[in-house]
Write a new protein. Structure first.
Length: 257
């Protein structure tokens, strides 16, 4: 990416990434090869409360498929969802927020306590950092769409169970089909593994371009903002991921109006 302008530097500062380096050094950092061993060690730590790797389950036939629903019908279907046990403990569903024609789709894990209360994804401390991360690459929160793998909060913020991920899966698939984003940013191991149906450690998923669905939408994986709040030393790596996402987006949209 070209030299950082002042606004972006301010955003990076809000994100907690050191910004005192000379500009040419920032370009160098963008080109730094990933420290895979370190990232894997981090991902092990992050995986300490690991969900079992995604396994193939099949959806009960009683579910009405979301595959052909339009936005209002899909939102209503999610709001009334009782497909899994999380419907008994949630305050409300958290459908997603943002521009339904956004070019960027951000996918997180599941609502936390604050999101469950307010009905909107990423509104707590992690959400503030996510906003700063997006702003650092010139994106306003309102300009992207933000959704989660799960639409309901798991009690005590435990990891999603495979059957809960399966129950929610076609809601997210339908959101992606309706938005048709140019790029998906998966934040965190659980979002990335479940979206892509793999069990690769996040340290190995970062720094590579992945693809979603029949249209091969590019997917960039980065750390979850909640993890970055606990491990600020990895914000630099998250910045690398954001640069990769921006470069990919620019490549895909080069020459378009
Ligand atoms: N973490 C997530 O993954 N999603 C949210 O909506 C909030 C926190």
């Amino acid at each position: 990416m070209a030299a950082l302008d002042q606004r972006r530097q301010a955003m990076l500062q809000r994100m907690g990434v050191d910004v005192w380096r000379p500009r040419d050094e920032v370009a160098e950092i963008e080109a730094t090869p990933l420290d895979v061993a370190q990232a894997e060690a981090d991902s092990e730590a992050q995986a300490s409360s690991t969900v079992p790797p995604p396994r193939e389950l099949s959806a009960p036939s009683a579910w009405v498929s979301a595959a052909t629903l339009d936005w209002p019908a899909l939102a209503a279907c999610v709001a009334d969802c009782t497909r899994c046990e999380l419907s008994r403990t949630r305050t409300q569903t958290v459908f997603g927020v943002g521009d339904r024609q956004a070019r960027w789709l951000v996918i997180g894990e599941a609502p936390g306590a604050e999101e469950d209360k307010r009905g909107e994804p990423f509104v707590g401390r992690a959400g503030q950092l996510l906003n700063a991360m997006l702003a650092a690459i010139g994106l306003a929160r309102e300009a992207v769409y933000i959704a989660n793998i799960l639409k309901c909060r798991p009690p005590q913020n435990r990891d999603p169970k495979p059957e809960e991920v399966l129950a929610c899966r076609d809601y997210l698939d339908r959101q992606i089909a309706l938005i048709q984003p140019t790029l998906i940013l998966a934040v965190g191991r659980i979002a990335a593994q479940n979206l892509l149906k793999v069990d690769t450690p996040i340290g190995r998923m970062r720094g590579q371009l992945h693809h979603y669905g029949a249209r091969s939408i590019p997917v960039v994986v980065t750390y979850h903002p909640a993890y970055l709040l606990r491990t600020p030393s990895d914000k630099r790596k998250a910045w690398d991921d954001l640069c990769m996402a921006l470069a990919t987006y620019r490549e895909r949209t080069a020459g378009l109006p």
